[in-house]
Design a protein around this ligand. Structure first.
Ligand code: ZN
Length: 402
């Protein structure tokens, strides 16, 4: 055998290990027979690969009672969810959600901290995120392995350097969040940072409302509005990873309000949390939940105001439909509730979109609820393991005696 042939066989094996582990991560327990059918590999290859994954502690096999069609029991393979995990953070403007997420997407330990917008000092925030991570590591099962930390943040993030370039609602500019967290963890764990909209889109695409779809736009929202775009099954990142800032689409530049990004009339100034409060005619002390409660209770002023917000929501959605021809638009974060309260006027405004793409789009709320971002951050941290299971585990630094 030539040296080149040996290398390429090894590459194929590595690739197939990753494929199998990804299938199990997404689908959960699956029989070997089903894995054989799904991958198109032959039975003995699937057997050898799953044995390798079992030895690495990533999956386990069991033989359920009863007999398979061929007269032999069909061995079932499932992820070792409690043994292999990521730590995931949704770093919002008014909240931090943290979770320990096992292989297979099982959420074991979810924590949430609310804080006022005024407390977004960089060092203080990084300190409290680090404390959360340490506490979750300390409470993970003995002999389990953390393969990485993922963070989703409401800001523009460099795709290669984990630097938060600009997070207008946090008032952060050029914050090297990935390396700051990594240093505090003494370099023991890889840290990856992504935009909250991008990771929310990832989560809804892998295990949420848009599962199995090819072209999807996800809207995230808290104080601002962000988004993530998946085209042809792949995330649309742009040249620097900054694509998908749909909250800053210019929709009302002449008469609109000033946006935190410095411009006037961005989409988030018409459909974001502040826009909802203004449209509902509420002042200090009220929040989105109060407005939604008043809306549900039939307050006529609030109902009128929300119709206005729904019109703007529909205008932006129509633009997205015309440009991207998505199969689905998923409303996540605060846009879930805003869409639910304004659905009729949003759909009316969507009529301005071109007929052909409009007829194909479905509007849905996020199936993972408030957890799209944190679950997507976990998926981001699992990516290297799913790409190349043995290398990701062999790095040494990823293995913690938690
Ligand atoms: Zn803006």
């Amino acid at each position: 055998m030539t040296r080149q042939a040996a290398v390429s066989q090894d590459d194929v094996r590595r690739h197939n290990l990753g494929r199998l582990l990804r299938l199990l991560h997404v689908r959960g327990a699956t029989s070997r027979a089903r894995l054989t059918a799904l991958t198109g590999l032959n039975r003995s290859t699937v057997g050898a690969l799953t044995t390798e994954l079992v030895e690495a502690g990533l999956v386990r096999e069991s033989t359920p009672p009863g007999r398979g069609r061929a007269g032999r029991p069909s061995i079932v393979v499932e992820p070792e969810s409690e043994r292999t995990f990521t730590l995931a953070i949704d770093l919002g403007v008014e909240h931090v959600i943290a979770a320990r997420i096992g292989l297979g997407g099982v959420v074991y330990d979810r924590r949430e901290i609310r804080h006022p917008q005024s407390e977004n000092d960089v060092d203080k925030t990084v300190g409290s995120v680090h404390a959360l991570l340490q506490s979750m590591l300390a409470s993970a099962p003995k002999n389990s392995t953390c393969v990485g930390v993922g963070v989703g943040i409401a800001g523009v993030v460099g795709v290669d350097d984990n630097v938060v370039r600009f997070a207008p609602n946090l008032r952060w500019v050029d914050v090297p969040l990935g390396s700051m967290l990594s240093e505090r963890l003494d370099g023991r764990l890889p840290v990856v940072v992504g935009n909250d909209g991008d990771v929310g889109a990832l989560a809804e695409h892998v295990r949420g409302a848009a599962e199995g779809m090819s072209d999807v736009i996800y809207l995230s929202g808290e104080v601002g509005v962000g988004g993530g775009i998946i085209i042809g099954g792949q995330p649309l990142l742009g040249a620097g990873g900054y694509a998908g800032e749909i909250g800053h689409m210019s929709v009302n530049p002449i008469n609109g309000r000033l946006c935190r990004c410095g411009r006037r009339g961005c989409w988030e100034t018409e459909i974001g949390e502040e826009a909802v409060l203004l449209a509902a005619g509420t002042s200090g002390g009220t929040d989105l939940a109060d407005v939604l409660a008043a809306h549900a209770a039939g307050d006529p002023n609030v109902i009128d105001g929300m119709k206005h917000v729904g019109q703007w929501l529909g205008v932006g959605v129509a633009n997205l439909v015309n440009v991207f021809n998505p199969e689905m638009i998923v409303f996540g974060g605060a846009t879930r509730e805003i869409f639910a309260a304004t659905e009729a006027s949003t759909r009316r405004a969507l009529r301005s979109a071109l007929t052909a793409p409009r007829d194909q789009v479905r509007l849905e709320t996020a199936a993972l609820g408030a957890d799209s971002t944190v679950i997507g951050a976990g998926e981001l941290a699992f990516a290297p393991l799913l790409e190349n299971p043995m290398t990701a585990l062999g790095g040494g630094r990823a293995r913690l005696n938690a």
